[in-house]
Design a protein around this ligand. Structure first.
Ligand code: SF4
Length: 137
């Protein structure tokens, strides 16, 4: 049986101080955050994994798990321009994680604490996770 978990982590946006939300004039977005790429098949639900299919089409080994250039995306800020100082992802956004891997894959154990830390630093956003490893060791 496949397990899906939706995790609205640590917060409810209604609990945020008003100035936190009002300080960001941009509308919220729906964003994909692929922190790491690559995976290992763990369930029958992995049989038709699109990430495996796509990597193999491009001659890549989909079982090699590596950090991506998007790793720090939720905490990146503009350094100049009209939004200087604001996060690149607007307040109130919905952030989908790990569409080309699994957030709880063992190979990412060393990176996950930093990922949790970034999630904690964005209490103004919601994070959505789908995992086939609902009981990580
Ligand atoms: S857990 Fe997800 S990303 Fe990993 S092989 Fe299975 S379907 Fe693909």
């Amino acid at each position: 049986m496949e397990t899906y978990q939706q995790m609205d982590l640590f917060h409810d946006n209604n609990d945020l101080p008003a100035e936190t939300v009002q300080a960001d004039p941009r509308p919220p977005l729906t964003v994909t955050w692929n922190l790491w790429h690559g995976c290992k098949k763990v369930s029958p639900g992995c049989a038709n994994c699109y990430m495996f299919r796509r990597d193999e089409e491009y001659g890549k080994d989909p079982t090699i798990v590596h950090k991506t250039s998007s790793f720090s995306l939720p905490v990146r800020k503009y350094r100049s321009g009209p939004y200087k100082g604001l996060h690149r992802i607007p307040a109130g956004s919905l952030i989908y994680t790990c569409f080309t891997s699994d957030f709880f894959i063992e190979e990412a154990d060393d990176w996950r604490p930093e990922a949790w830390d970034m999630i904690r630093r964005r209490p103004d956003c919601s994070f959505f996770m789908i995992t086939k490893r609902p009981n990580p060791g």
